[in-house]
Design a protein around this ligand. Sequence first.
Ligand code: C2E
Ligand code: CA
Ligand code: CA
Length: 297
Amino acid sequence: NADVAMYIAKGQGKGCARLFEPAMHTALLERLELEAQLEVAVERAQLDLQYQPIVSLATGRVSGFEALVRWNHPERGELPPEAFMPIAEETGLVVAIDRWVLLKACCQGRAWQRAYPADEPLIVGVNLSARQLEEDDAVELVELALEVSGLPPEHLVIEITERFLLRNESLGIKTLEALRALGVRLAIDDFGTGYSSLAYLRHLPIDVLKIDRSFIDGLGRSEEDTALVQAILRLARSLNLETIAEGVERPDQRAALADLQCTLAQGWHFSRPLRSAEMEDLLRTRTAALPQFGLTV
Ligand code: C2E
Ligand code: CA
Ligand code: CA
């Protein structure tokens, strides 16, 4: 029991003391069980992808999607990433997961581009963890995914977090530059939650800022949040970066973003993450705007 308490204390950072409680035991067992099962899940194809549309604020059209991983757990049903990605990060399984997600998302995206051609081809957004990007063969992996899928590189947006750059700045920038040399586009995910200064952005080889949901939440309601979003959008424009607002849930947020000339948005207001068949239904009518825009086909 002391060991369990120590394990939990260690997990909470340095210089931390915890007294054993019976619930700790259950939590730890559960975690160890999930850890073992996750390894099997990766091998046995229990992972699945959902696709959340990214919408053009000017036209209401689906301009692309973000691929989001799910685990179809044999006993617990569908698990969201926060239930298993932290374990995957710690054990290193995230590398295998991200590899699978990248290949699958590129192939799916290319298949949809072919099946539902449009003037502006569908953009594929994929999250890559810091752990994956630190692998020696991260760049080759992306190259392979492009080759296998046939997806044109400029249609792939790789989402990275500021955390990755903070972990190892010079290696991080080198990797990003190598990725960009392939022709893919890079996005900073959850922008605003990290610590990088705005001036620092200028030195980064990036193309897109994804404005974190926490700022979008207060948009139009909190003066501070509104001012922050406005400042981020202005900065992005002056640096020639594209912007995607994350977590848009209400029509007033959409209106405010359109006023502020944000180009793209994503969130429940437009659509939750969709299964592939649902996404396909949407793509079939992609030339039409989403119903929330009140436009007709
Ligand atoms: P993220 O990259 O910030 O992804 C957006 C998350 O916000 C998704 O949660 C999405 O379902 C959720 N979301 C979208 N619209 C709304 C909204 O209007 N309101 C609210 N409250 N939430 C919204 P999800 O799918 O649970 O993913 C959580 C996180 O897990 C992701 O955050 C990402 O960091 C990570 N993740 C997901 N898939 C992958 C993956 O394939 N690889 C890696 N490395 N990480 C992944
Ligand atoms: Ca993301
Ligand atoms: Ca995000």
